[in-house]
Ligand binder design. Sequence first.
Ligand SMILES: *Cc1c(COP(=O)(O)O)cnc(C)c1O
Length: 431
Amino acid sequence: MSYPRYVSSRNRAADPVSFETALLAGLAPDGGLYLPTAIPALPENWRAAPSLAELGTAVLSRWLGGEVPEGALRAAVTAALDFPVPLVRLGDDLWVLELFHGPTLSFKDFGARLMARLMGHFLTRRGERRIVLVATSGDTGSAVADGFAGQPNITVVIIYPQGLVSPVQERQLIVARPGVHAFKVAGTFDDCQELVKAAFMDTALADLPLSSANSINIGRLLPQSLYYLWAARHFADPITFCVPSGNLGNLTGGVLAQLMGLPVKRFIAAHNANDYFPKFLRGLAEPFAFAPTIATLSNAMDVGAPSNFERLYQLQSDLPSRIWATSVHDQTMLARLRWCYERFGYLLCPHTSVGLEAIERYRQESGDLTPTVLLATAHPAKFPEVVQRTLGLTAPPDPALTQLWQQPVSVTPLEADPAALRTVLRDLATR
Ligand SMILES: *Cc1c(COP(=O)(O)O)cnc(C)c1O
């Protein structure tokens, strides 16, 4: 059997690299994103897998079998995906796939936990160390911090926009963890992402063992294809998936599943006021003509320049016919959150509420009532302010969150200046 290799989205004629190289580097040397040279087919009996871990092992061995022995892969997948992924029926032809039962209560735990273990596997074998550098708009940082913490060969540096993440999200980022360093920047998420990109391109840092764990890393995308399959095995016919989207990493995972052979009727990309992708699909924005970021209540989707667009655009040439997208503003999101609670007694997080509104719009516009799975990307208890303000009630506390407030924290302010980050990284590298 042959396995995919990886090329930069900016130079697909270049010599392909291994998964190990792409995973450890994050970005390609020319600043592009790694794309697979081929997409493996799903294993024939994927619908019969008894658990998500078994399904994950079978599917990922099609991708990584040439580089990770089956036993090591099974161990990594089983340890990473050790939490439930319930599919909850909400109404007629409408299901919610709860992706928020991992330790940091968002879907980011899937990618981060598995990526940490795969990276650990390769680094242990090489006897090498890495500094993992992450810009986060909220949930990535905590998932990466939690997933990578305590690995002896990995130091984690997290950079987040001060005041633009919720108090709970911030607490999850700055809880003291072994090997993890959190920095707050006075700026937007895009500023943070630019800092990280600058560090990777910085020739003065070329000797440091930097790695990325943002959703640009191929190691986070592959695990994000697995829960689409896990949900779809309940249905005989193709279904529609609605994906609350920002950087488009989650959606790219779904498109990978489709390219592997999963029949999907439609993807619905649900965006907040940051509407580049819906505009692009409607022919109202040129490829890569991104816009500045707008702050919203669904802040993990506050992305003006979705980094995975570059990858998605090349993976799937026919995006407008496969993906329907819309942009939902805060007031409409809040009304939908209230409606859902009153109608179904079901509490949504602000991101997932954007998704539910998008489904209703899609059904109105298209008349297509195909059974639809809404990906619930975060636990509502992560956003107690929004829940309180909208419904006048306290979100049921989650034990994983309550115990955060008893733990020590550690965070340092950082200027939005590449030189400041350079100093920090140099210092950490010598420790
Ligand atoms: C990260 C995140 C999103 C957006 O996912 P992308 O892969 O960036 O499109 C949506 N909802 C929540 C809760 C998130 O944490």
